[in-house]
Design a protein around this ligand. Structure first.
Ligand SMILES: [Zn+2]
Ligand SMILES: [Zn+2]
Length: 311
């Protein structure tokens, strides 16, 4: 198995107030003032079925406060005033987007926090943005844009990036700080050579161990490692620019762990979780109702275009 070991960095996002100088999910980006902000042409000059960022953030704040306060039996969770704000996110009122739809920051990773990240020569910062709506051409997930930067070259920061008039609330990441942790991963059982897979099964029987769920591929938001194939078998992917193989760059997950607790951080086991927001869903992203969006990068050159896969 040793030759198949790969390093992954579990990012452990937790709600916080990251600055542009921090690695983050959903935080401000270290973005040069003179560089155009990425925008989506598909959703330009259209009515979009979503909610304003102000309303989405207000709903999250109201629900978190409501679940945290003591409540008598039979008393409604929300006050009438709160319910108006919370319901507005889902009321389906179309919102007009004038001009191209500005993308939203999803992730920012400084190389100092994720040293194993495959990156173009000299680059020490990865930024990921997306259009916060499903894109048919991308497999009904948000359309993603990547930027590699040299941190020291950005001296004049963009302070006030443009915002979309509306978002799909499943695709607006809650601002999170990261707590990177290096782990060692191994391929999922169905990706092992047949002989090795058989040996692993025999070892599991002998040791009452669970290779797939406890030892192979870590769940949650992470850089590198192996892809969490779920509803489909691994399918070949290649670089759209040169045809070379691709490797996992970033996994954007809907949750940090699921029923299997072995990947749950010990620190979180001690926390008495309020029912909202769930401790294992810190980014509040929901990819295809609970899956992962994986970004893959070319093994020949990380500067080539990336590919994505929902699993
Ligand atoms: Zn779009
Ligand atoms: Zn390539």
């Amino acid at each position: 198995m040793a030759s198949l070991a790969r390093t992954a960095v579990r990012l452990h996002p937790r709600p916080g107030e990251p600055s542009a100088a921090d690695s983050s999910f959903g935080g401000p980006l270290w973005w040069p003032a003179g560089e155009p902000w990425p925008a989506c042409a598909v959703h330009a000059d259209s009515t979009v079925d979503g909610a304003s960022i102000v309303d989405v953030m207000a709903r999250r704040r109201i629900l978190a406060e409501a679940w945290a306060r003591p409540r008598e039996r039979g008393v409604n969770l929300l006050t009438a005033e709160e319910k108006v704000v919370v319901d507005r996110v889902d009321d389906g009122t179309p919102i007009v987007q004038d001009g191209p739809l500005p993308m939203v920051p999803v992730a920012q990773l400084y190389a100092r926090d994720v040293p194993c990240l495959p990156r173009p020569d000299g680059a020490d910062l990865l930024q990921v943005l997306w259009c916060p709506f499903d894109h048919e051409d991308d497999g009904y997930v948000p359309s993603t844009v990547l930027r590699w930067r040299v941190v020291a070259e950005v001296t004049d920061l963009l302070i006030d990036p443009p915002l979309p008039s509306a978002v799909d609330d499943n695709y607006l990441p809650q601002p999170c700080v990261l707590h990177p942790e290096e782990v060692t991963e191994y391929p999922a059982p169905h990706c092992l050579p047949a002989g090795l897979a058989r040996e692993v099964r025999e070892w599991e029987d002998r040791e009452s161990a669970r290779y797939q769920y406890d030892l192979s591929v870590a769940p949650g938001c992470k850089a590198g490692g192996y892809g969490p194939w779920s509803f489909s078998d691994p399918s070949p992917m290649s670089c759209p620019d040169c045809g070379a193989d691709v490797e996992p760059l970033l996994t954007i997950a809907s949750s940090e762990w699921d029923g299997v607790k072995s990947w749950q951080p010990l620190e979180d086991a001690e926390v008495v979780h309020p029912p909202y927001p769930a401790a294992h869903e810190p980014t509040m992203l929901s990819i295809g109702r609970g899956y992962n969006l994986q970004l893959y990068t070319c093994v020949a050159s990380p500067a080539h275009r990336h590919v994505t896969n929902m699993q």
